[in-house]
Write a protein that binds this ligand. Structure first.
Ligand SMILES: O=C(O)CCC(=O)C(=O)O
Ligand SMILES: [Fe+2]
Length: 367
């Protein structure tokens, strides 16, 4: 089913409103979902009533960008893990993270390391992913031991652990090749990453209002105002917003406008030197401006969750309405970044395989 948030003509919208109202009634009556077709079953099981109401009320012109939730501030602001002294976040950094939704830049690698690593990243740019079988910047750590080596470096993971706890899985990475003149990545936010296909969340935390995901974004080139440094709308991790379909800007393949005004928030742009990291929750509204220079701007990220969050449980594939394509998950798995995974809730790729690279992977992993 095509769930892209696009502007549709009235003759399509009217029956969709009818169908959504029927599905919401089905959900409210708690009727059995087993018998429903796969796509419909996912919607009835996973959509929050607020997601139905927003679409119905707006006549299918507006939706929640992701599973709705509000951010619960911790009772005490303190590190959630013991870490090496050199990687300790200050009390001020911790407080700033909880009030603003991001911290950085933090030095993690040297510019020389990143300059050399860039050659590897450029070499695979445009090459088919061995995991998914098409060209995608996602999850190249399965086939690049050097990327995995940087991702699991304590300079990165010890910092994340202070926000999420000692036991961490990585469930996705992405390389951001922002070519000369390439457009802005518009304002966006995510909670459980249901935003991908509007059917199943990627992440299943016990409580969506808690902090359960962190993105670590690392500059491989210097990122500047001119080439599209990351920018954040401070404090907007407080809640997941709605989007209006259509609009001038595009988020990859989809066109929408997030229900938020730049004038109402403090906008913080964070230029980084190569090798610096920004830590943020994807719930905080963020984006990056167009690259106005004639050189590329490369960065990579990794997305971390505590091991008690299940990722894609029982899911065989997902479609991304933004990045196109069908991502089969048979070669995908979470990878332990730090600590121990006592919960074993997600399909896992053993670290030894990541260290050796893709050639060592079995073609199919046990769930
Ligand atoms: O690199 C960028 O411009 C965007 C990064 C981003 O949105 C992310 O890492 O979640
Ligand atoms: Fe993002």
């Amino acid at each position: 089913m095509n769930m892209a948030p696009k502007v549709r003509p009235l003759w399509q919208r009217a029956p969709i409103v009818g169908a959504l109202s029927a599905l919401r009634a089905y959900q409210a009556m708690r009727l059995p979902t087993r018998i429903l077709p796969r796509d419909i079953k996912a919607i009835v099981r996973n959509w929050d009533p607020r997601m139905f109401h927003q679409l119905i009320r707006s006549g299918v012109t507006s939706a929640y960008i992701d599973q709705p939730c509000e951010f619960r501030q911790p009772a005490v602001v303190a590190p959630k893990a013991e870490v090496a002294p050199e990687y300790r976040l200050t009390q001020e950094q911790l407080e700033s993270f909880y009030t603003r939704g991001f911290i950085g830049p933090i030095d993690v690698f040297t510019p020389e390391q990143m300059r050399d690593f860039k050659k590897d990243l450029l070499a695979i740019e445009g090459e088919k992913s061995q995991t998914y079988g098409f060209v995608t910047p996602r999850d190249r750590h399965f086939e690049m031991p050097r990327l995995w080596y940087y991702m699991k470096s304590p300079a990165v993971t010890d910092r994340i652990a202070q926000l999420l706890g000692p036991d961490l899985n990585c469930w996705r990475s992405q390389i951001f090749y922002k070519g000369p003149g390439s457009p802005a990545i518009q304002w966006h936010q995510a909670s459980t990453f249901m935003v991908e296909d509007y059917q199943d969340p990627a992440l299943f935390p016990a409580d969506r209002n808690e902090l359960f995901q962190i993105t670590a974004w690392i500059a491989v080139d210097d990122s500047t105002h001119e080439n599209g440094a990351l920018k954040f709308a401070s404090g907007t991790h407080s809640r997941i917003r709605t989007i209006n379909f259509g609009g001038k800007e595009g988020f990859y393949n989809a066109a929408f406008e997030l229900d938020f005004r730049e004038e109402d928030q403090e906008i913080v742009e964070i230029p980084c030197r190569a090798g610096q990291m920004i830590l943020f929750t994807e719930r905080c509204i963020h984006g990056s401006a167009a690259n106005k220079t004639d050189k590329h701007r490369i960065a990579f990220n990794l997305r971390a969750v505590p091991t008690n969050v299940a990722v894609y449980p029982g899911k065989k594939y997902y479609r991304s309405v933004y990045n196109g394509g069908k991502y089969h998950l048979d070669k995908w798995g979470v990878a332990l970044l730090r600590g121990e995974d006592r919960h074993q809730l997600s399909r896992t790729i053993p670290a030894e395989m990541l260290e050796r690279g893709y050639d060592a992977m079995p073609t199919r992993l046990a769930a």
